[in-house]
Design a protein around this ligand. Structure first.
Ligand SMILES: [Zn+2]
Length: 290
């Protein structure tokens, strides 16, 4: 199954639901960052929720989401746009704890800390809203974030499965948000439907598509409005890092030159290496003096 998400309105427009299948991109993120199983699950859940959240925005708007808990995995950061593209970093990818045969995401992320969402809506300044982590299981944390910071009652389901070779073989999620005018009985019905569902990762493993997941939540009472392919994509380039080097001050550049060896910069999102020769660095320094 390709990675994609679908958006639907349900129950006469009183709820909106996004469901996503993200197995390939989370496996790609695992390979890039060499995450161990529980870290793959934590990273995959954050990437999935971030992509869904990104789809709530438009045009060139972007979100930077930081999960900063007190667990051993450290900070997880994702950057997403409104077109289904994401990239991310994870501070300690080599972390793994399992408990009762389950990847212990909450234990490695920690339940003491914050989720920060920085929105660049391309209007004046960027702004950040934050909420305390609840369990570190990511789904609960996003759900609480939506309720507290955006005053939108939401239900968030996320899941990642890893096989015996430590590869990601099922990943996906959904976010359901209540809209004004939702009836109490609809909320009860949604809760019952979600409770009756198998875990998201199990569903994806069994080839349930995002459309099928929405169908389980609404029992058919919805209209699909949008479909979007999803991918892990880093937009770095040598040019961009060159600009970064140009922003160093002259003393820093001179100290690199006097060290006498070329430098290598590794992109933190995709691990691509960029080499800069001494001549290139001298060129940057010369241009700055003009
Ligand atoms: Zn990159």
């Amino acid at each position: 199954m390709n990675d994609y998400l679908v958006k639907a309105y349900a129950f006469n427009g009183t709820a909106r639901i996004y469901a996503a299948s993200t197995t390939n991109l989370v496996e790609e993120a695992r390979k890039i960052h060499d995450t161990y199983p529980a870290a793959s699950a934590a990273f995959g859940r954050v990437l999935t929720a971030s992509l869904i959240m990104g789809a709530m925005y438009k045009e060139d708007q972007t979100l930077t989401i930081r999960i900063d808990g007190n667990g051993p995995v450290g900070k997880i950061i994702t950057i997403v746009n409104a077109h289904g593209e994401c990239k991310g970093t994870i501070e300690n990818p080599h972390v793994h704890i399992s408990q009762n045969d389950k990847l212990a995401v909450g234990m490695i992320v920690g339940n003491n800390g914050y989720i920060h969402v920085t929105k660049d809506l391309k209007i004046r300044d960027v702004f950040t809203s934050s909420a305390e982590l609840q369990t570190g299981e990511i789904g609960d944390d996003f759900s609480y974030y939506f309720a507290k910071s955006e005053q939108i009652p939401s239900s968030v389901g996320l899941g990642v499965l890893v096989n015996e070779f430590n590869e990601v073989f099922a990943s996906g999620g959904f976010i359901l948000q209540a809209m004004p005018g939702i009836k109490e009985e609809t909320i009860t019905q949604i809760e019952e439907n979600i409770l009756a569902m198998k875990p998201i990762s199990e569903l994806i493993k069994n080839n349930f598509k995002p459309e099928d997941i929405i169908n389980l939540i609404t029992k058919g009472d919805h209209q699909f409005v949008e479909e979007m392919p999803l991918k892990y994509l880093c937009d770095c380039s040598k040019e961009r890092f060159l600009n970064g080097l140009s922003s160093l001050d002259q003393t820093e550049l001179e100290s690199i030159i006097s060290d006498g060896s070329p430098i290598e910069i590794v992109c933190e999102f995709c691990k691509t290496k960029y080499d800069f020769s001494l001549d290139e660095i001298k060129e940057i320094s010369k241009k700055k003096q003009l």
